[in-house]
Design a protein around this ligand. Structure first.
Ligand code: SF4
Length: 473
């Protein structure tokens, strides 16, 4: 099957022409098909489609074929069911985060798309799968004229920023956010205790949602506790653990409780977490979740079309990984996230400024830095051993050999890791188009104040989460 899938991608241009010819025939027979009755054609057409596309693409008959915009690589073969890939976990050799024996279907799709008429993956977000259509014929939808035409969604609305972070970024201020790890506890005091290092040095805190696929206090619960402590939260929400019904309910609940910043994520691989037997839900992916949240905010309706009495006021964010292959597809993927509603992005750890500079040059070339605020991830590494572990065990993390060697030869590796983080912040701050720094200092949160102070990243201003505002400090 894998060999046939590779052949299909290598011959995507040929298959595109074949599909266009087939679609023309299907449209031409529309009057006859209607005369016979479309319902009567469903079973034979689905059987033929299953046989042909199953052989060529390892097709899973999702009922909504997107092969013509996915480089002839079927997204249903992605273990996370990502319909708008590639995700940020692609390994350095282009294999899948979840299944290292397989090339990422979206890396394949990227190469396939280069052979097709458009020459690149579309910037228009692919909608989520409608599971009630599984097994049904997509060809019949072409005959019926009901195949969905994907749209980039409504034009950005003229809205008043409800988030203080959004207003700060809009003012052109270089911002500092940091990652906050929820505790394994039901006691609010454990959240407050973890807040102390951040007081007086960050503008907002990202609350992770089961990061690394490990179970912790919910991002919604922690976000509310942070607000009570005077800190603006950036609530992360992952598609891994909930379907579209639960996610939309959580978005409404979070907004009702005062959350104004939302980062939409696909979610880490469950096999790497503390519940490896859990199910990856993946009903939506990061892009379709962004589009869903934007629809709720700007059109005051659910994905189903049902009206909302009050729309959630949200500043919408996404994750980005400028360092995961295929590097030349990353700008296209960011374009798709912006089209889906992303207003800011926070990136994976940056340890390679030269690579980041090349990425930012492409971002500026496409004018994306004017459409989305880009915050670059930085964090201290405690030792060379940790660096090696991160780059081999955490998909999507790229650490150059020079950084590992520097940690290896240091007499105090922890201090060297802190110095490296400070230098990275200072160099990244100078790159045009970068709007801020996102500090990720898991298990080393106590280093955040000195990294912020010694890098001079705040340029003398007081951050939004001031020391005097924290009840925990
Ligand atoms: S790397 Fe990510 S996007 Fe690619 S196939 Fe694996 S899970 Fe899917």
């Amino acid at each position: 099957m894998l060999a046939m899938r590779k052949w299909a991608v290598r011959n995507a241009g040929l298959l595109e022409r074949a599909y266009n010819a087939l679609a023309a025939v299907l449209r031409a027979v529309r009057p006859f098909a209607r005369a016979i009755g479309l319902e009567r054609l469903e079973r034979p057409l689905a059987a033929a489609e299953r046989a042909v596309k199953g052989f060529l693409f390892d097709c899973k008959m999702c009922g909504r074929c997107d092969l013509s915009v996915t480089g002839m690589s079927c997204p249903m073969n992605c273990p996370k069911q990502v319909r708008n890939g590639p995700c940020g976990g692609v390994r350095a050799d282009g294999t899948c985060e979840v299944n290292p024996r397989m090339r990422c279907v979206w890396v394949e799709g990227w190469h396939g798309s280069r052979k097709m008429a458009a020459g690149a993956l579309s910037a228009v977000p692919n909608p989520p799968v409608e599971h009630n259509r599984a097994g049904r014929s997509s060809w019949l939808r072409v005959i019926a004229g009901s195949d969905d035409v994907a749209s980039a969604g409504p034009a950005p609305s003229q809205r008043t920023a409800a988030s203080v972070l959004e207003r700060l970024l809009a003012s052109g201020t270089f911002v500092v956010t940091a990652e906050f790890s929820p505790p394994d506890s039901a006691d609010p005091a454990d959240v407050h205790a973890r807040l102390a290092p951040f007081a007086g040095c960050v503008d907002a805190l990202n609350v992770t949602d089961g990061s690394g696929a490990n179970c912790h206090m919910s991002s919604l619960g922690v976000s509310v506790l942070l607000m009570q402590a005077g800190c603006e939260p950036v609530m992360q929400i992952s598609c891994r653990d909930r379907n579209r019904i639960a996610i939309q309910g959580d978005i409404l609940g979070a907004a009702a409780l005062g959350v104004r910043n939302l980062v939409c994520l696909t979610g880490d691989n469950v096999a790497n977490g503390d519940h490896p037997g859990a199910k990856h839900v993946g009903d939506l992916d990061a892009v379709s979740l962004l589009a869903t949240a934007r629809t709720m905010r700007d059109e005051a309706r659910f994905l189903s079309g049902r009206k909302l009495a009050a729309a959630p006021q949200l500043f919408l964010g996404a994750a980005d990984n400028p360092f995961a292959p295929p590097l030349d597809a990353r700008v296209a993927r960011l374009t798709r996230k912006i089209a889906a509603g992303a207003q800011f992005v926070q990136t994976q750890y940056c340890f390679d400024v030269a690579l980041l500079e090349r990425y930012m040059a492409r971002i500026r070339g496409a004018g994306l830095h004017e459409q989305v605020r880009i915050l670059i991830g930085v964090g201290p590494i405690a030792s060379a051993k940790t660096a090696r572990w991160l780059r081999t065990k955490v998909p999507g993390v790229h650490i150059p050999d020079a950084i590992v060697a520097r940690l290896e030869s240091a007499t105090d590796p922890r201090e060297e890791g802190r110095r490296i983080a400070i230098e990275l912040v200072q160099r990244i701050r100078e790159i045009p188009g970068v709007a801020g720094i996102h500090l990720m200092a898991a298990k080393q949160e106590h280093l955040v104040p000195s990294i912020v102070a010694e890098s001079g990243v705040l340029a003398g201003r007081s951050p939004l989460f001031g020391a005097q505002r924290s009840r925990a400090a």
